[in-house]
Design a protein around this ligand. Structure first.
Ligand code: FES
Length: 317
């Protein structure tokens, strides 16, 4: 669904030194849609970039989208614009909520957040609480000072379900989970969000303790994708153009060079916005959006990051 909403920044505050928390409400008569735990929205930033941010709130709260965005100095401009350019009262555009990280029915859910990756897990925790489901929330961070939403969790209904693992308090989450994992019921589902290395570590640990891959779920919010490779040819069937994609160029950039526009958002193979149908050739899928089965079918490609295994790729654009 590509529906967009005009919103107003109803509240802006900075938490934990470098996390901006935005409460967005509808700027029109139309109410904002209800949200599901694990969902995110595209935020159209003042500097023209579009970025995905997880909703971080009690999902039973209607009429508001709350985001927690880390100011990342190494970012490609998205988080810096969110942090520096957005003020209270400003009008912005957002997408309809999308959910690539849904909560599944389980006897028990283990939510493990690393740093700003806590945001979707807070929404999940409220949802599980509201539905009287069994869960535990773990918040791993360098220190309380740099961790957002700590006071809210400590002073609210999630407190008794939450374990904080702050490194500067002497916590060692690696040791903790290495021991704790054996006590987690084996039909539990585990959800994690955080830096890629953090998520890989917790997923690998859970697998080594007997959890199956369908019980393990992770949310990508920052992805390192290898965009390079050999040159190849793309035929844009509808436009009647044949374009050479250079070794360090993406298909998206090559198409734009020839005036062919494809809608885009994350530019990291995460959101699915730049999807195109493949008519001929075999894509070299580099995204984290498609399932393995979808990748094997080779029916579609995400042109912001994926390349071609064949010298020629024909796309239905
Ligand atoms: Fe998000 Fe390509 S723009 S997957």
């Amino acid at each position: 669904m590509n529906e967009k909403y005009s919103v107003i920044v109803n509240k802006r505050l900075v938490e934990a030194e470098n996390v901006v928390v935005l409460d967005l409400i509808s700027a029109t008569e139309s109410p904002l849609p209800e949200i599901e735990a694990g969902s995110h929205i595209d935020l159209f930033l003042p500097n023209g970039l579009i970025r995905q941010y997880s909703l971080c709130q009690d999902p039973s709260l209607k009429g508001v989208f709350r985001l927690g965005i880390l100011k990342d100095e190494a970012s490609r401009g998205g988080s810096l614009s969110a942090f520096n350019d957005i003020s209270e009262g400003m009008q912005l555009q957002v997408s309809h909520p999308k959910n690539l990280f849904p909560l599944l029915d389980a006897s028990h859910s283990v939510l493990v957040g690393g740093g700003i990756g806590i945001t979707p897990l807070i929404t999940m925790a409220y949802d599980l609480l509201n539905n009287n489901k069994s869960f535990e929330l773990h918040y791993c961070a360098a220190s309380k000072q740099t961790a957002a939403f700590v006071d809210e969790i400590k002073q609210g209904p999630l407190a008794s379900y939450t374990t904080f693992h702050f490194k500067d308090d002497g916590a060692n989450h690696r040791e903790f989970f290495d021991h704790a994992m054996k006590d987690i019921a084996k039909d539990s589902h585990l959800y994690t969000c955080g830096p890629n290395g953090f998520m890989d570590w917790i997923i690998n640990l859970a697998e080594s303790k007997g959890f199956s891959s369908d019980q393990l779920h992770k949310e990508y919010f920052q992805v390192d994708i290898d965009l390079g490779g050999a040159s190849f040819e793309v035929v844009a069937q509808q436009s009647g153009k044949t374009i050479q994609v250079a070794p360090e160029e993406t298909i998206l950039q090559a198409l734009a060079r020839e005036g062919i526009k494809v809608e885009l958002s994350c530019e990291q193979g995460v959101c699915g916005t730049c999807m195109c149908d493949v008519l001929e050739g075999e894509p070299d899928h580099r995204d984290v959006y498609f399932t393995d089965e979808e990748k094997e079918s080779n029916e579609q490609i995400l042109v912001c990051c994926s390349r071609s295994k064949t010298p020629r790729l024909v796309l239905d654009i």
